[in-house]
Design a binder for this molecule. Structure first.
Ligand code: G1P
Length: 296
């Protein structure tokens, strides 16, 4: 089996982020920061680590700040250079995207995740590609998408990130129906988007995908599914009898940064992971804990 290298990733970032209003009135949700890095930077770093070379953003009105974020900032860079702040210059370098490596497509109407990905079809062409949902932030020693690329090199077909969730949470995710459980990789025989009842398992799809270009052909039909939206899950499910669909139980901790609770958990985790913050921050958390216990 010859497997084409995955070098392109699609980042659907058109959502309005209403759960984070009023902040998202003027700031794209993806620019909200965990410690000092925007959500989107975590996704980009993960993509780069997995060998992604072209980054395709599916945006909407009001997302201009994202384009500025990835642009070079000559005046700021010069001023940092003049004042000898090389460490900050290095931090900025990681945010710069070379010309031609990044593209923006607009999704004019919110018609679902499948539709958002379909909007990028002309930039993808006839090759496998990754999709990354920046709301799902995954802390992992070996970055999640890299784990998926490694697994995909064995399986081919379509690969989704998967994670066991509590049974009462299955209604919030795409859920896998498992044909064969091979440990970290599962072969899939069905996929249901946000099942209200009778979820086929509690193995949920998390926002990382490696997809065959054929998924884009399926999306051409613009069929609607759960919630009246064009669902990516449904289009991937059509690949089960063609190229095959696999789930990877990735190793790592996933934070749902599309929810306030998940965002706060990620903030604590990433704060504690930083050498320069750990001592002061963990001491503060211990104090908060003690105060809470005393108040009970
Ligand atoms: C999307 C997908 C869903 C997946 C989830 C992971 O849903 O449609 O299949 O399980 O992302 O975060 P959303 O959370 O955008 O509604």
């Amino acid at each position: 089996m010859t497997i084409k290298k995955v070098t392109k990733a699609v980042f659907p970032v058109a959502g309005m982020g209403t759960r984070f209003l009023p902040a998202t009135k003027s700031i794209p949700k993806e620019i909200l920061t965990l410690v000092d890095r925007p959500l989107i930077q975590y996704a980009i770093d993960e993509a780069r680590a997995a060998g992604i070379e072209e980054f395709i953003f599916v945006t909407s009105r009001g997302k201009g700040a994202l384009e500025d974020y990835f642009d070079f900032s000559p005046a700021l860079e010069q001023s940092l250079r003049d004042s000898g702040k090389d460490d900050l210059l290095k931090v900025l370098e990681d945010t710069n995207m070379d010309s031609g490596r990044i593209a923006y497509v607009r999704q004019h109407k919110a018609m679902g995740l499948g539709h958002a990905v379909w909007c990028a079809r002309r930039l993808i062409g006839d090759e496998p590609f990754a999709v990354m949902l920046p709301d799902d932030v995954i802390a992992a020693e070996n970055p999640c998408l890299k784990q998926m690329v490694e697994a995909y090199e064995q399986t081919g077909g379509c690969m989704v990130a998967a994670m066991e969730v509590a049974p009462e949470k299955t209604k919030s995710y795409g859920i896998l129906d498992i044909q064969e459980d091979m440990g970290s990789i599962v072969k899939v025989k069905g996929m249901v988007e946000k099942p209200k009842t009778n979820a086929p398992s509690n193995l949920a799809v998390i926002g990382r995908y490696i997809l065959t270009p054929d998924v884009l052909n399926t999306l051409d039909a613009q069929e609607t599914g759960a919630g009246g939206e064009i669902q990516l899950t449904d289009a991937i499910a059509k690949e089960i009898d063609k190229s095959g669909v696999y789930g990877l139980r990735f190793r790592g901790q996933r934070y749902d940064c599309g929810s306030k609770a998940g965002f706060l958990q990620a903030t604590v985790a990433f704060g504690l992971a930083r050498d320069e913050l750990r001592e002061e921050f963990s001491q503060y958390l211990a104090e908060v804990n003690a105060m809470q216990k005393a108040a009970q």
